[in-house]
Write a protein that binds this ligand. Structure first.
Ligand SMILES: O=C(O)CCC(=O)C(=O)O
Length: 290
């Protein structure tokens, strides 16, 4: 495909203005099928362990990808996985995380030294469960207050992180099944205070809450993606359907900076350390989370 220089500049301008930019039809249908097939194997493993623990008696092998994990856990949603992370060193995900057309766009925004930040997830957003309700927040809020421990820890320098978030659905994401919402332009506000909720952080300062009325729903189809700032106010709506809203989200960072974490991520582009760049699906599947 390839994204030419003037298109990359236009995307960058829109990203800087609004704090996000949507790109439709970016990932191909075969890649999406491959990812879904590999994730279906993770769901098989979940079914096996539920069977082994006696929590279910039927592994529902014929249930579709869109519903199986939910049906497996519907009587014990509290123990359902909220995200997959360590499991994501799957060959197909190389096609998302290290996609060279995507990295060209990322390079236009972050510069030539790029790492995949050590925070990449697949979220099976379940119907009707508070554990998958992501309140209004900035990702920078997590980096500052609550990223690598159970308790909030104040981390300085978050505003200076040159970081870019990506989100792409594996099923159509609509308001009804819990698509994300953004408040355009809020990436200019710096990192604001967040409070800790049971599962997530939330922005509750009345100085900022009127901004939520300007929320835009980010409805996307598989293959589409949205790039957004780690400072943009965003939330995930409740999933009011009976199916799972599966998505992938991941982040890139200027690799010359500190991750502000113990984990160092994985190099995606580098002129200074070319030997450390992840170059193939096979290599990716041999690495581990971190
Ligand atoms: O997927 C969602 O509903 C929310 C995801 C999110 O907040 C993020 O990717 O930063």
């Amino acid at each position: 495909m390839g994204v030419d220089f003037s298109r990359r500049s236009a995307l960058r301008e829109q990203y800087e203005e609004e704090g996000y930019v949507i790109i439709k039809n970016f990932f191909g249908s075969q890649l999406i099928l491959d990812v879904r097939a590999e994730l279906a194997k993770l769901v098989d493993q979940q079914a096996d362990s539920l069977l082994a623990s006696g929590k279910i008696t039927n592994a529902l092998p014929n249930e579709p990808f869109e519903t199986r994990l939910y049906r497996l856990y519907e009587n014990c949603l509290d123990s359902a996985p909220i995200v997959f992370r360590r499991e994501l060193h799957l060959p197909s995900l190389f096609g998302y995380f290290f996609n060279s057309d995507l990295l060209d766009i990322v390079e236009a925004i972050l510069g030539p030294e790029i790492r995949l930040y050590p925070n990449y997830s697949v979220r099976p957003k379940m119907p009707e469960w508070e554990g998958t309700l992501v309140w209004w927040h900035q990702d920078g809020g997590y980096t500052r207050y609550w990223d690598h421990s159970d308790e909030p820890v104040e981390t300085p320098d978050v505003e200076n992180l040159r970081m870019l978030n990506l989100w792409s659905p594996l099923v159509p994401a609509r308001e009804e099944n819990g698509c994300m919402q953004f408040v355009p332009g809020t990436h200019r506000l710096g990192v604001v205070a967040h409070v800790k909720r049971k599962y997530y952080l939330e922005i509750v300062d009345p100085k900022f809450t009127p901004l939520f009325e300007q929320a835009v729903s980010i409805e996307l189809d598989p293959g589409d993606m949205v790039l957004f700032s780690n400072l943009l106010f965003h939330q995930g709506l409740p999933n009011r359907t009976k199916a799972i809203r599966w998505n992938i989200d991941w982040r890139y960072q200027d690799a010359t900076q500190s991750t502000l974490r113990r984990d160092q991520g994985h190099l995606a582009r580098s002129a200074s350390r070319p030997a450390d760049v992840v170059r193939s699906a096979e290599q990716w599947s041999k690495h581990s989370f971190g």
